[in-house]
Design a protein around this ligand. Structure first.
Ligand code: ACM
Ligand code: ZN
Length: 722
């Protein structure tokens, strides 16, 4: 017993001695919040908007101990301490009745938690991935949600005071090592716990029921066509799998092996099955594949290796089935013929506002590839940071990749990617058939570069790096040749690193009023004069913008063979034919689509009202505090139709693809990228892949469930606010 009590005691001794005691976090000034390591709150805690919890989570970024035992709070909100990696200890309010879903998701320094007797429920995934948690004390009989303590792999002891087992689910303690974890229950209660759902796993391997996959209920995105071949005949999949693939599919063969191993980990295997991988260039689309489940195994034939890879992702979902376990027992014999609706399906990450550690980029690629996304768009620079090593200008990353602060969060944010890392990412992503598209903004959103090289802007002004969101009026100066030299060198280095045929030039939000920086600049005026631009109704600045883009686009095309992309703004009167314009502004998709048609350009669909995943999915969902973001419910994402009422010709000639954005002003941990991205990212994957006529939202929700359950089992967070 001594050892049991020593551990929490030791962790308490390690905590900072100087606790700040206040009724509410709001009593502290911004610096005190940023410095707080040990907080004692004594008030009736606020739970919505810029609540005590939001401030502890997002502003008190060094917080190690939150003592709420003298505070009052009936319900800890969902995500209360989501992914606070420094949090060592929390003392819960003595009157707490509910803990919201994912309240302590990935609090992976938390060592011990006591759930007081007042507690009635612990939400789904509340302590999922708290993988340093060693001791859990349950003093009452709260209902414990699905995956509430999943992935708590360090759990050594679960101590309960109730002779009646609290209601738990089979997944509540999923993934814990029961051989290393002691369950301490009151004398005489063992038999009741041994038999109780969720608790029985502490006594013996749970014997799961035999499950047969229902293929109509587990595939996202929905395949183009599927037929059942064998009536009630099935293939038993918990078998020893042989993979038969030609050398050209070595990568897919490797991917298949790791996918099957991950699904079958810990299962007892019976018999053999063969996975046959082939290519057949006569299939109707470069990304098309056929998957057949037959009595001896599974055959996947892709038009290319990419098609084979997508077939493997479908197989993974068949094996996962309803996600009642990592793998089902049997899959019905069937044939799937599948191909995507559109050929570029991307998600955009923004490491500029909040740096994303390099390995996290790789992790995200592997997750998005599960839903057949094939492009990762990296927003590498902005007003707040420059994140990619440029050999010609090493001072960019030396002086513009570290700052303190993102809006009200006074947190240090630092880091950049070396070119070697980016090459590594490109190769890694290619093994998932994901291309990496770099974005360097021009002429706006460039304050980080201007901070380092003031000659880039009009009047060579010395400006600080921004620590807030919004639009800057400092722009690159098109009247200075150095701007072209700079962009030329940057894009030349990028072209060498990123083999993607596309490069994104930004182009959005260039000042407010737009492009006004160029109105009074001598160099800009001289250039206008030289170009014969004589208007003075502000159209002169848009013409200068056209000149800047034309020059850069020309270099990108002729020197580097790249197709430029940019964010659509209504004032782009002309889009270079063949370029890709991104519709993003709320309500302007029709205008962007018509401009694309008029200019023989192509359009990437990421309308703000469907595809901005950094916005909250529901009222009260993260990010609770933001700059006035509208809500984007899951259904709204799903309801996007890429035809946009423009007809078949448009779809054939102008539709380029679909993109979801994850701007990171309000995404302050890597885990929260996933939280924002999913499940809307899965809805968008289906928008981009599946035939429009076959899509139905209720059916999507049914097929989505197992994907989300599987995420929780794998310790991947997602919003539950739908
Ligand atoms: C954007 O959201 N400013 C493209
Ligand atoms: Zn200028």
């Amino acid at each position: 017993m001594t050892r049991i009590f020593l551990l929490p005691l030791l962790s308490l001794l390690l905590l900072p001695l100087h606790a700040q005691t206040v009724e509410h976090v709001a009593e502290l000034n911004p610096q005190q919040k940023a410095a707080a390591k040990h907080l004692v709150l004594t008030g009736t805690l606020t739970t919505t908007g810029n609540s005590d919890f939001r401030q502890m989570r997002d502003l008190c970024w060094q917080l190690e101990c939150a003592d709420l035992s003298r505070a009052h709070c009936a319900a800890l909100p969902a995500n209360a301490f989501h992914s606070r990696h420094r949090l060592l200890r929390v003392l819960l309010p003595q009157d707490v009745e509910r803990i919201g879903s994912q309240a302590f998701f990935a609090c992976d320094a938390l060592q011990t938690i006591t759930l007081p007797a007042t507690l009635q429920s612990v939400g789904d995934g509340a302590f999922n991935r708290c993988n340093a948690l060693q001791t859990l004390v349950v003093e009452g009989t709260p209902q414990l949600g699905a995956f509430a303590f999943a992935g708590c792999t360090a759990l050594k002891e679960v101590r309960l005071t109730s002779p009646t087992p609290p209601a738990a689910q089979t997944t509540t303690f999923e993934g814990i090592d029961q051989a290393k974890c002691r369950l301490l229950v009151p004398a005489g209660a063992e038999e009741a716990y041994r038999k109780a759902e969720g608790w029985s796993r502490f006594y013996a391997e749970a014997s799961a029921p035999y499950t047969v996959c229902d293929p109509s209920a587990c595939l996202v995105p929905l395949p183009a066509s599927m037929t059942l071949d064998g009536g009630s005949k099935t293939l038993r999949v918990k078998a020893k799998w042989l993979i038969d693939a030609p050398a050209a599919l070595a990568n897919e063969s490797r991917q298949a092996r790791s996918l099957i191993d991950a699904r079958l980990k810990g299962c007892s295997l019976h018999g053999r099955a063969t996975l046959t991988l082939r290519t057949d260039s006569t299939l109707p689309d470069a990304e098309a594949y056929t998957l057949q489940v037959h009595s001896k195994g599974v055959s996947i034939t892709g038009a290319t290796a990419a098609g084979v890879f997508y077939g493997l992702q479908t197989l993974d979902q068949l094996l996962r089935a309803d996600a009642s376990a990592a793998c089902c027992d049997a899959v019905p014999l069937l044939t799937i013929d599948d191909q995507p609706r559109t050929h570029v399906r991307e998600l955009m990450l923004d490491p500029a506002r909040t740096f994303i550690p390099f390995d996290e980029l790789k992790r995200f690629v592997a997750e998005m590839a599960r839903y057949k996304y094939n492009a990762l768009h990296l927003h590498l620079v902005d007003d707040q940071a420059w994140r990619i090593e440029i050999k010609a200008y090493p001072e960019l990353t030396a002086k513009a990749s570290a700052r303190v602060g993102m809006d009200d969060m006074l947190v240090p944010i630092a880091g950049f990617y070396t070119q070697e890392q980016m090459r590594d990412l490109v190769a890694y992503a290619a093994s998932y058939h994901v291309q990496v598209v770099p974005e360097i903004e021009m002429p706006g959103h460039e304050v980080a570069a201007i901070h380092v090289l003031p000659q880039l802007t009009c009047g060579a002004k010395q400006v600080p790096i921004r620590t807030t969101c919004g639009v800057s009026n400092e722009l690159l100066c098109p009247g200075n040749e150095f701007t072209y030299t700079f962009l030329g060198r940057v894009f030349s280095e990028l072209a060498d690193i990123f083999p993607s045929p596309y490069v994104h030039l930004g182009g959005d939000e260039a000042g407010n009023p737009a492009l006004d920086c160029w109105t009074h600049c001598d160099r800009c005026r001289a250039l206008k004069h030289q170009l014969g631009i004589t208007t003075d109704d502000r159209s002169e600045n848009w013409r200068l913008q056209q000149y800047l883009f034309d020059r850069v686009i020309d270099t990108l095309r002729t020197k580097h063979g790249k197709t430029p992309m940019f964010w659509y703004e209504t004032d782009f009167k002309r889009i270079q034919p063949g370029c890709v314009t991104f519709s993003w502004r709320h309500g302007l998709t029709r205008a962007a689509a018509e401009a694309a048609v008029r200019n023989q350009a192509r359009i990437m669909f990421c309308p703000g009202e469907h595809c901005y995943f950094d916005y909250p999915m529901a009222q009260g969902d993260m990010p609770e505090v933001n700059w006035g973001m509208p809500l984007i419910p899951l259904k709204q994402t799903y309801d996007l139709d890429l035809a946009w009422g423009m007809g078949e010709d448009f779809e054939r000639h102008n539709l380029f693809g679909v993109a979801g954005t994850l701007w990171s002003e309000c995404i302050n941990t890597p885990e929260r990228i996933y939280y924002q991205a999913f499940p809307r990212g899965i809805a968008l994957a289906e928008v981009g892949w599946s035939p429009q006529a076959a899509r139905r939202y209720p059916d999507f929700l049914r097929r989505l469930r197992p994907a989300l359950t599987d995420m929780q089992r794998r310790g991947v967070t997602h919003s539950m606010a739908f």
